[in-house]
Design a protein around this ligand. Structure first.
Ligand SMILES: Nc1ncnc2c1ncn2[C@@H]1O[C@H](COP(=O)(O)OP(=O)(O)OP(=O)(O)O)[C@@H](O)[C@H]1O
Length: 271
């Protein structure tokens, strides 16, 4: 494996207290290497997003350790400079970028803001970088001048990806980032993400419930259930010959030619 960029050890998150305590993430350990793409799959509520939120500091771990680029990120950053450094190192793209884009800002202004924040660039440098980012994700001049409401879902997701890349991060977490897009747009965005990774060496943590997406864009995969890792390994090996009954169930639940829904065992069968 390449040099580790994110290392999680026995990461745990318990929401609530006493009788109301619920363990959302239960002792998750994983390593993401520089330039690698790691998938986290599992059904709704299995703890995928909570794991991601702990990495970017949106949730505080109850136990365990987070190390990013060799620095301990388990505790929240106290100083502004440290918060900014962390924000620059790991970026996240959510399923619905509309909620996280400022409706009053043009796309160009939105990207320029991030470039200035992280690099303090001059106007000319910022404009040049915004142009590069737009080229990278395939946004044209008209789209750069538009506000988010005038863009399609796929175009907005390109903006969200460009904004994440504007910080020149080592890691981008993609949390169901292509789930809301129709199949052809999804394929375009996945190809784009693949090209960007090859050219820039960025690492992806790819959170999804969609095994077809995992197969297309990840090198290795982790399968989560009830907050725990039930299986992990190289993506092709896990998907072609799953060892865990839950992974088999996930795989067999995906419709494909000749698929027989009646052959998928009931959930209880995997307990
Ligand atoms: N802020 C919170 N307070 C209490 N419980 C929470 C909170 N956030 C998440 N949970 C619970 O933690 C568990 C894991 O949720 P999480 O969102 O991480 O799952 P997920 O695998 O990402 O699901 P989905 O694919 O639906 O987003 C769920 O049972 C959820 O209800």
């Amino acid at each position: 494996m390449s040099e580790p960029i994110v290392e999680l050890s026995a990461l745990t998150k318990v929401f609530g207290r006493g009788r109301h305590a619920a363990t959302a993430v239960d002792g998750v350990s994983l390593t993401l290497g520089r330039g690698e793409s790691l998938g986290i799959v599992g059904e709704s509520g299995s703890g995928k997003s909570t794991t991601a939120k702990m990495v970017i500091g949106l949730e505080r771990p109850s136990a365990g350790r987070i190390v990013v680029e060799g620095h301990d990120w388990t505790r929240p950053a106290r100083r502004v400079a440290e918060r900014r450094r962390r924000g620059r190192t790991v970026q996240i793209v959510f399923q619905d970028p509309y909620t996280s884009l400022d409706r009053r800002q043009t796309v160009a202004d939105c990207l320029a803001e991030v470039v200035r924040l992280h690099f303090g660039s001059t106007r000319a440098e910022t404009a040049r970088r915004v142009g590069e980012l737009a080229d990278l994700v395939g946004l044209d001049a008209r789209q750069l001048a538009a506000r988010p409401r005038a863009l399609s879902g796929g175009q907005r997701q390109r903006v969200a990806i460009a904004r994440a890349l504007a910080a020149e991060p080592g890691v981008v977490i993609l949390d169901e980032a292509v789930s809301a897009l129709d199949m052809s747009i999804q394929a375009q965005i996945l190809n784009l993400l693949d090209d960007i990774r090859r050219d820039s060496g960025v690492s992806y943590l790819f959170i999804t419930h969609d095994l077809a997406v995992v197969r297309q864009v990840t090198d290795s995969v982790i399968v989560m259930r009830h907050g725990r890792i039930v299986e992990q390994g190289a993506t092709a090996a896990v998907l072609d010959a799953p060892r865990d009954p839950y992974t088999r169930l996930l795989r067999d639940s995906v419709p494909r030619p000749g698929w027989d829904p009646s052959a998928v065992p009931a959930r209880g069968g995997t307990q």
